[in-house]
Design a protein around this ligand. Structure first.
Ligand SMILES: Cc1cc2nc3c(=O)[nH]c(=O)nc-3n(C[C@H](O)[C@H](O)[C@H](O)COP(=O)(O)O)c2cc1C
Length: 261
């Protein structure tokens, strides 16, 4: 990349990344990457109108507490992550939504890609009784105990009054921050703060206290209503620690570096 182009790119990245998160090293390293030429054959675009814009997001099993003190699990995948917050897109009348808005608490459990039978056991079930008309018309079943239904084990949380799902390699206790109603009242956009995160040792990056090794973590991805795992990853020059300001450590310091690499 030429000098002028690099300068322009740096200016652009500075505009979208808060200065506290911006490192000169990242930009310099990125600018030395070789960009392969992508052949333009078969690259003509046609206009389409998808019924659903599910380009690929991780599946989340949200555990919440029912009014009678029992627990519910709602599978979902309209979720994305911003600093130590998660933004969830949920139908207004799911039992999960009702519970989360009433109690202000949930656990976001991430299944790995080998847990597709578990997610399928929970699909088309609801903890709502009576069942919403839409679900009745679409072949849903009322299931009171989704842990039993999917052979899952409840694990006590530390902060929230909602159990984690033991079989999920990643579990995040979370608290409601704010909500917004959209699509004529049909959907809720719910922001939750991630209070405490647990991961199994198998997916942790050796030498670091707070990192997940992306080569070891195999999230389950929903793409256009089908379930997948990730394929082989590609390397970038980015460091996740550049984003620490958005998810501060309680002690205030950075993640510890390995003694040897
Ligand atoms: C893999 C998967 C992903 C889903 N994603 C969403 C979603 O992002 N938002 C949503 O409201 N429902 C989603 N659903 C449908 C809910 O799981 C469904 O509404 C269910 O009845 C919720 O359970 P509950 O009523 O006990 O909360 C998804 C279902 C499956 C199986």
């Amino acid at each position: 990349m030429g000098g002028a182009a690099t300068k322009e790119r740096t200016k652009h990245i500075k505009a979208i990344v808060p200065s506290a998160l911006f490192t000169k090293q990242t930009i310099q390293e990125t600018s030395t990457l070789t960009i392969p030429h992508i052949k333009q054959d078969n690259m003509s675009h046609s206009q389409i109108s998808p019924a659903i814009y599910y380009w690929g997001t991780p599946v989340v099993l949200i555990s919440t507490q029912n009014e009678d003190g029992s627990s519910n699990i709602g599978p979902m995948s309209s979720a994305f992550w911003l600093g130590n917050r998660c933004i969830l897109g949920l139908e207004f009348d799911s039992q999960t939504t009702i519970n989360l808005l009433r109690t202000g608490e949930c656990v976001l459990n991430l299944p790995s890609d080998d847990m597709i039978p578990t997610v399928n056991a929970l699909a088309r079930t609801t903890g709502s009784n009576p069942m919403p008309d839409f679900k009745q018309a679409n072949g849903y079943r009322y299931v009171k105990d989704k842990f039993a239904e999917a052979s899952l084990t409840a694990q006590t949380s530390e902060i929230v009054n909602v159990p984690r799902i033991e079989q999920c390699p990643v579990q995040m206790e979370a608290r409601l921050v704010q909500r917004m109603t959209t699509k004529g009242g049909f959907l809720e956009i719910i922001e939750v703060e991630l209070l405490r995160t647990y991961v199994i040792d198998k997916i942790r990056m050796p030498g670091y206290k707070h990192r997940v090794d992306p080569d070891l973590w195999r999230p389950m991805i929903m793409s256009f209503q089908q379930l997948y795992g990730l394929r082989e990853g590609g390397r970038t020059q980015e460091s996740e620690e550049n984003y620490r300001a958005l998810a501060p450590l309680p002690g205030g310091s950075e993640d510890s570096l390995p003694q040897e690499q």
